[in-house]
Design a protein around this ligand. Structure first.
Ligand code: SAM
Length: 232
């Protein structure tokens, strides 16, 4: 464990993990990096502005989102080349896990610049570790495609993987996913990790058919990590 706090390194891109619901989950190091960096590149400047405000941090924010990632990446690389310390945050969790981040990381590395992760909350890890399913080997799928045929093909292709499968899913498609799991994986144990770290956090465990029954009785709202037991 290191107690000393060296100053931030110039020309470094810091990937700062932020809470996935519970604001207490921000790390001391994340706060220090956000306080001491030159600029915060955010997926959504309004959302991250609120987070900074909550922690009493005032910092210039730079919009960095999927539709202008290429142009913004260039700008971030330019700033890093000038010696700036840039903190990259996304709306929740660890930047680069099913959200923007990957492009600028690649660009920074290609430009010979330093990239550091400031680890912290990640829905995948929170969901997996509390699921009760094997954690030794897991396969992170993230979001499935939107189109039914493509989703189905992807699920079929994952059938032989001997690892816990981890999906992200939006509340609008959670029932659809349960229906698909019921068709492709009727005998597998499934865990719905809902609203992790938030007031209404819950884990629903069972075979897809049993979870579909629950969904038929009450609307499943909020954010979900869906975990499926791997092939035997
Ligand atoms: N980068 C984030 C991370 O490290 O987890 C994930 C960003 S991705 C755009 C958002 C998805 O993560 C949500 O649709 C949901 O599947 C999952 N997620 C985020 N927060 C969550 C929470 N509190 N509970 C359950 N799932 C969550």
């Amino acid at each position: 464990m290191e107690a000393a706090l060296p100053p931030l390194t110039p020309s470094t891109l810091y990937l700062v993990a932020t809470p996935i619901g519970n604001l207490e989950d921000i790390t001391l190091r994340a706060l220090r990096v956000l306080r001491e960096c030159d600029v915060v590149a955010a997926e959504d400047t309004r959302h991250s502005g609120q987070l900074l405000k909550h922690f009493g941090i005032t910092k210039p924010l730079l919009s960095y989102f999927q539709f202008n990632e290429a142009r913004r990446s260039e700008e971030i690389i330019e700033r890093l080349r000038r010696g700036e310390k840039v903190a990259l945050v996304t709306d929740a969790g660890s930047p680069g896990i099913s959200d923007p981040g990957e492009r600028v990381v690649k660009a920074a590395i290609a430009a010979g610049l330093r990239v550091e992760a400031v680890p912290g909350p990640c829905a995948l890890v929170a969901g997996l570790t509390a699921s009760g399913l094997p954690t030794e080997v897991f396969h992170f799928v993230g979001f499935l495609p939107h189109k039914s045929g493509q989703r189905r093909n992807r699920l079929e292709a994952l059938k032989t993987i001997a690892a816990t499968l981890v999906f992200y899913e939006s509340p609008y498609r959670i029932e659809k996913l349960l229906g698909e799991l019921n068709e492709v994986y009727p005998d597998r144990d499934v865990v719905l990790a809902r609203e992790l770290t938030k007031k209404f956090e819950e884990f629903l465990r069972g075979k897809p058919a049993a979870l579909l029954e629950i969904a038929a009785k009450r609307a499943l709202k909020g954010e979900f990590v869906v975990l499926v037991a791997g092939a035997a």
